[in-house]
Design a protein around this ligand. Structure first.
Ligand code: FE2
Length: 414
């Protein structure tokens, strides 16, 4: 049966006001479309493809609450040390409940696509087992990609390489790495080589925690880009964080950006997380901690934003609200001119989808799955200025949820 959503505004489309859906797919988008048995009035609201969160750690969520008092420095390295202790007491039931709660928070705010890094530096691979089950169970509600991620190092953790490989054999979608955490530059470089080799061997995508440090000399991004360029694998590669590139010398950055563009590598920045973690060794001025998002956008290099943490040892806050991530991100990176704001939603929609290689599953076009969200605004600018909430999320043509606009019990008399 066909159904029509009407009286809507589509992001980056000035003309269409209606969408017909059939068998879970978009049948037509346009104006004055044929009448359907079921017609749903969207009251002139803005319709976007679903929010994409391309970087989240679902195995860590909500473990910060009981551990917060032990955090002293607020640095990445302290977070890793705290997680080392916390994970020893994890149970499968606990891991599952926490992950489910975080997914619920994200999906209830318009996210339908999540890439999650799952720590495999655990001989039981408990987190990976839990997430593989949830990926399958929840696939009609949310699309989850899993990164086999060695949080404590592919080599710094004994057997880390083998555990990453095991995670891939179990069914992870991407190979991860953390070269800046290895014990020497050469070992970090070795881990980047291994990441790319494993991806080629198993036909997986690549997503590396890369240069998540204020050290201006960190150069693992350069190597990751070069190795994937040699293999023609740039489009299936993501460099997450790359904070140090935000501190790199301009002449070096200029040279590298040409190579990033040629390779087609993708970048994921985590605005709230890295604003919190970075700059901890600075006195003043304190660095913002983010990579060169504005310059990437200007150069046509794909870059997107992720939540990264929801109340874990690395970051106490986070709630899966991608509008909050966008708001922080555009402030911290100066992506805030009127013309930039008109396409700023790309940072939490299309650019993330490109990074996750969701091509045939994502976007508002006839023939694609009828997945979209409805915002409580009609204009892109006002939606971002007011940081409006998601009123509805539609998956395969059906509402995952739909909320009423807030109503006043006592309206302001002004
Ligand atoms: Fe991360």
């Amino acid at each position: 049966m066909k159904k029509k959503f009407f009286n809507l505004k589509i992001y980056l489309d000035d003309t269409a006001t209606e969408m017909i859906v059939e068998d879970g797919k978009i049948d037509q988008i346009g104006t004055n479309l044929p009448k359907c048995d079921e017609e749903i009035d969207l009251a002139g609201k803005l319709v976007l493809p679903p929010y994409v969160d391309p970087h989240l750690h679902l195995d860590y969520v909500y473990t910060g609450r009981n551990d917060g008092g032990k955090i002293k420095t607020g640095t990445l390295f302290e977070g890793i040390a705290r997680w080392h202790d916390i994970k020893k007491n994890q149970t499968k039931e606990d891991a599952r409940e926490r992950a489910l709660a975080a997914i619920r928070e994200e999906v209830s705010q318009g996210v339908q696509f999540i890439r999650t890094h799952i720590d495999v530096t655990d001989p039981k691979l408990l987190g990976m087992q839990v997430m593989l089950e949830l990926r399958e169970e929840l696939k009609d509600i949310v699309t989850i990609q899993i990164v086999s991620f060695p949080q404590e190092g592919m080599y710094a953790y004994k057997g880390g390489y083998e555990l990453v490989e095991e995670g891939l054999k179990m069914g992870a979608d991407c190979v991860g790495g953390i070269p800046h955490f290895e014990w020497a530059r050469e070992i970090g470089e070795k881990s980047v080589h291994s990441t790319v080799e494993l991806a080629l061997k198993y036909g997986k995508m690549i997503d590396v925690h890369c240069d998540e440090t204020d050290d201006v000399m960190a150069r693992f991004l350069e190597l990751l880009n070069a190795l994937t360029m040699l293999e023609g694998a740039g489009s299936k590669t993501a460099a997450s964080h790359t904070c140090s590139f935000g501190s790199a010398d301009d002449a070096y950055a200029y040279r590298m950006m040409g190579l990033f563009k040629a390779n087609g590598i993708n970048f994921i920045a985590c605005p709230t997380e890295n604003a919190y973690l970075q700059g901890r060794q600075d006195t003043y001025p304190k660095r913002r901690g983010l990579t060169r998002v504005k310059e990437f956008l200007e150069e046509g290099i794909n870059v997107c934003f992720g939540q990264d943490s929801i109340n874990d040892p690395w970051y106490p806050l986070g709630n899966g609200n991608m509008m909050n991530i966008l708001d922080n991100g555009i402030h911290l990176t100066h992506v805030s001119s009127y013309s930039e704001l008109e396409t700023a939603f790309n940072l939490i929609t299309y650019n993330g989808a490109k990074t996750m290689m969701l091509d045939d599953q994502y976007g508002l076009e006839a023939g694609k799955p009828a997945n979209f969200i409805v915002l409580n605004e009609s204009s892109v600018f006002e939606a971002i200025r007011r940081r409006v909430e998601v009123l509805a999320s539609v998956r395969n043509g059906n509402f995952l949820f739909r909320r009423r606009e807030p109503e006043y019990e006592i309206p302001l008399d002004l």
